[in-house]
Design a protein around this ligand. Structure first.
Ligand SMILES: *Cc1c(COP(=O)(O)O)cnc(C)c1O
Length: 364
C-alpha cells in the first residue's frame, strides 16, 4: 500500500526516531533514568521557547494548555481580552466563559492579522488582566505579528498569553524577546511529537501573577501550584509525584527536542520559511487563492480556497494520490483546504504534495 503523506495542520508525519523512542519499555515516572530524561527535556525546552521562563509539560492536548494558561493568572471579577482571528480565538473566549471570567474581543476579519494599533486602543480603554492571541491561526492560515503586538502589550500591566500550538518550533517565535508572559503549545504540530502533551512556558511575571491571585484557582489538574514543584523537581533530578506523566510521550518529546536543537532554532525557522514559500508559490501557480491577505500567511501551514472542485471530491481524490490535507473549520468548512508544512518535512514532501494536487486537478 502507498504510504500516504499526512499534510494536515497536526498531527503530522512524525520522524521515525521520535516514534521509535515511544516504544521503549515504560519505566517508573520516578526512576532515575526517567527523571534524567524529563529534566533534560524541560531544560532544553527553554531553548525552544527561547525563554528563561518555567516550562510545564502535562498530559493533554493543546486545548488543555489553553485552559491551564487561562485559569492560572486570572480569575472571576477580572477581565480578559481575546484577539480573535478564527476558530481558536473563539475557543479562548469559550474557555474564559466556562470559568466565569469576563471577556472582551477584538475580532479581525477571517484571513487578516490583528492590528497592533487597534490592540493599543483597546488596552487603553479598559483594565485587562490578560490578553490572548493566537500566533498561527489554524483555521485561516494567518500568522499574527507577535513582536509588534508584544511591543504594545509591554506598555500595560496586562499579561500577554500566546497560543503557539500551531507555531512553536516552526514559525519564528522568541518568547522573552517578544515580551510573552505565557506561551503555550501542543505536541502534535511543529514540535513533531504524537498527540497527547500540553506544553507551556510561564515567565517570572506570570508566575508572580499566579502567586498573587486573591482566591484559590478554580482548577486542580491544571493548577500551576500543583505542577510547579513537580517540574522543578524533575529539573533537579529529584523524585516527585502529583499526577503520572505520559512517560512514553516524554521519551518522544526528548528525542524531538534533541533533533530540533541539533538543527538549531534559526535554521529551523528559515527552513519553515523556505518550505512555506515553495508551497504558496506552487498553490498560487495552480490558481488557488490564499485565505490570508496582505502577506500575513503562516509558515507552518497554508489555507487556500477551493476552485471548482467540491471539498469532498478534491480531498478524496488527493488521498487516492497519496496525500492527506485538511478541510476548512467553522465558517470556512467546505470552502477551503488546509495544508500543514511543519516539523521534519523537506522539499521532497512539498513537491510530492504539489504533484499530487496537480494530478488531482488534472482528473477533473
Ligand atoms: C490545534 C490547535 C489548538 C488545539 O489543540 P488540540 O491539541 O487539538 O487541543 C489550539 N490552538 C491552535 C492555534 C491550534 O492549531
Amino acid at each position: 500500500m502507498l504510504a500516504k503523506l499526512l499534510m494536515i495542520p497536526g498531527p503530522i508525519n512524525f520522524d521515525h526516531e521520535v516514534v521509535r523512542a515511544m516504544s521503549k519499555m515504560t519505566c517508573s515516572h520516578i526512576a532515575p533514568e526517567f527523571r534524567e530524561i524529563f529534566g533534560d527535556t524541560l531544560k532544553k525546552l527553554k531553548e525552544v521557547f527561547i525563554s528563561e521562563g518555567q516550562p510545564f509539560v502535562i498530559a493533554g492536548s493543546g486545548t488543555l494548555a489553553m485552559e491551564m494558561a487561562a485559569t492560572n493568572v486570572i480569575q472571576r471579577g477580572e477581565k480578559a481580552l481575546v484577539v480573535n482571528n478564527g476558530v481558536f480565538g473563539d475557543r479562548f473566549v469559550d474557555i474564559f466563559k466556562a470559568h466565569g471570567i469576563d471577556v472582551d474581543q477584538i475580532q479581525t476579519e477571517w484571513g487578516k492579522a490583528a492590528d497592533p494599533a487597534e490592540i493599543r486602543e483597546k488596552l487603553e480603554s479598559d483594565d485587562y488582566k490578560v490578553i490572548t492571541i493566537t500566533h498561527v491561526d489554524t483555521s485561516t492560515g494567518i500568522a499574527n505579528d507577535l513582536e509588534a503586538i508584544g511591543n504594545v502589550v509591554k506598555d500595560f500591566d496586562t499579561l500577554y498569553i500566546v497560543d503557539a500550538v500551531c507555531s512553536l518550533a516552526g514559525q519564528r517565535l522568541y518568547q522573552d524577546k517578544y515580551h510573552v508572559d505565557v506561551c503555550l503549545s501542543g505536541s502534535q504540530k511543529a514540535l513533531g511529537v504524537p498527540p497527547g502533551l500540553a506544553l507551556l512556558c510561564f515567565n517570572q511575571r506570570a508566575l508572580d501573577a499566579h502567586a498573587k491571585l486573591k482566591q484559590p484557582v478554580e482548577c486542580f489538574y491544571t493548577s500551576v501550584n500543583n505542577w510547579l514543584p513537580i517540574m522543578q523537581a524533575y529539573e533537579n533530578n529529584m523524585p516527585s509525584y502529583f499526577a503520572t506523566p505520559a512517560v512514553n510521550l516524554i521519551f518522544a518529546l526528548h528525542e524531538s527536542v534533541n533533533q530540533i536543537l541539533a538543527e538549531g532554532m534559526e535554521v529551523r525557522f528559515a527552513r519553515h520559511e523556505k518550505l512555506a514559500a515553495m508551497m504558496r508559490k506552487g498553490l498560487t501557480d495552480m490558481d488557488f487563492k490564499l485565505v490570508p491577505e496582505n502577506g500575513c500567511a503562516a509558515n507552518t501551514m497554508s489555507a487556500v480556497y477551493h476552485n471548482g472542485i467540491t471539498d469532498a471530491e478534491f480531498r478524496g481524490q488527493l488521498s487516492q494520490e497519496g496525500v492527506i490535507v485538511a478541510g476548512g473549520l467553522g465558517r470556512l468548512k467546505g470552502k477551503i483546504f488546509r495544508v500543514g508544512h511543519m516539523g521534519s518535512i523537506n522539499e521532497n514532501d512539498i513537491c510530492a504534495t504539489l504533484g499530487a494536487i496537480q494530478r488531482t486537478l488534472d482528473l477533473f
